[in-house]
Structure formats: C-alpha cells, structure tokens
Design a protein around this ligand. Structure first.
Ligand code: GTP
Ligand code: MG
Length: 150
C-alpha cells in the first residue's frame, strides 16, 4: 500500500486543528504509520521545499514553517498520495472546495494549514527526510477488510 507524508503547519497547530485533521484521515480509512510533533530548523525546511527555492515567496514560506511546531505524519492506504492531496484541497485556499481541509479552515495561500506530498517519489523522499526508519510503525488494522474488498 502507498504511503504519503502529511504535515500540519504551524498555523494549523496554533489554531487547534490537529485533532480534526487527523480525524479526517482516520475516518477516510487511512492507516497512521508515523506521527510526531517537531520544530525543525530552517535548513531542514529549505531541504523539504528545495524545489521552490527560486520562488519569490521562498523566504516567507520558510519563515512561516519555522514559526511554530509542526505535526509530521505518514498515512498509508490505496492511492494515499493523490487522495491525500484531494483531502487537503488546492494550494490556494481560495480555490479549495468546502469539504477539503484548506477549503474548510483557511483563506490565504501563505497560511494554508497543511502539507501533502505531490507524488509517490516525493512522498518517499519526504518520509525519509522527516522520519527515521524506526519511527515508522508497521501494524495491521482490524478494520482492513471493512475498508478494502480484498
Ligand atoms: P505543500 O503541500 O505545502 O507542498 O503545498 P502545495 O504542494 O499545494 O504547493 P507548493 O508545493 O507549490 O507550495 C508549497 C507552499 O508554499 C504552499 O502550500 C504555500 O504555503 C506556499 N506558497 C505557494 N505559493 C505561494 C505564493 O504564491 N505565496 C505565498 N506566500 N506562499 C505560497
Ligand atoms: Mg508541494
């Protein structure tokens, strides 16, 4: 099964949305494989968003991401990357539909609450960047056959 890296950004933590966001992934049927609160420094976040380093908003983005604690998570399930992105909504909350996390809880692109990997390759890269192997927990969900037909 596919894994994706989902993070709750400092605004999501400060606004008390951690439980609600976790609940959406749980209720959808995804399996939590890793979870921690952390406050990585600029160097780590510059690596995480390395592909955006040439963008004019890059410094603001890193300032934003180091402004408070982050909840880092790995969720597993069928098409977890694509489905996770759909649950997050569009990059710009103004374009995010109600029912998505950004569409329900945020207004501006520079305060869009959450991060989700944009491809299976970046998910693998981000999981390795944010977690040690021993922080990823393999376990069997008792609900598996109630969520998947095989
Ligand atoms: P992530 O899941 O956080 O990676 O967002 P994304 O994949 O939907 O968008 P992208 O990777 O292109 O941008 C990363 C983050 O940079 C966004 O989530 C925003 O927080 C921020 N960002 C993107 N575009 C802008 C912008 O035009 N202005 C500002 N201030 N921030 C932006
Ligand atoms: Mg992105």
């Amino acid at each position: 099964r596919e894994r994706t890296f989902i993070a709750i950004k400092p605004d999501g933590v400060q606004r008390g949305l951690v439980g609600k966001i976790i609940q959406r992934f749980e209720e959808r049927g995804f399996k939590m494989v890793a979870l921690k609160i952390c406050a990585p420094g600029r160097a780590h976040l510059e690596k995480h968003y390395a592909d955006l380093s040439k963008k004019p908003f890059f410094k603001d983005l890193v300032d934003y991401m180091v402004s408070g604690p982050i909840i880092a998570m790995v969720w597993e399930g069928l098409n977890a990357v694509k489905c996770g992105r759909m649950m997050l909504g569009e990059t710009n909350p103004q374009a995010s539909l109600p029912g998505s996390i950004r569409g329900d809880f945020s207004i501006q692109v520079g305060r869009n609450i959450c991060h989700g990997s944009d491809s299976v390759e970046s998910a693998n890269h981000e999981i390795a960047l944010w977690f040690n192997k021993n922080e990823l927990v393999n376990w069997e969900s008792a609900m598996y056959t109630w969520i998947y037909e095989v």
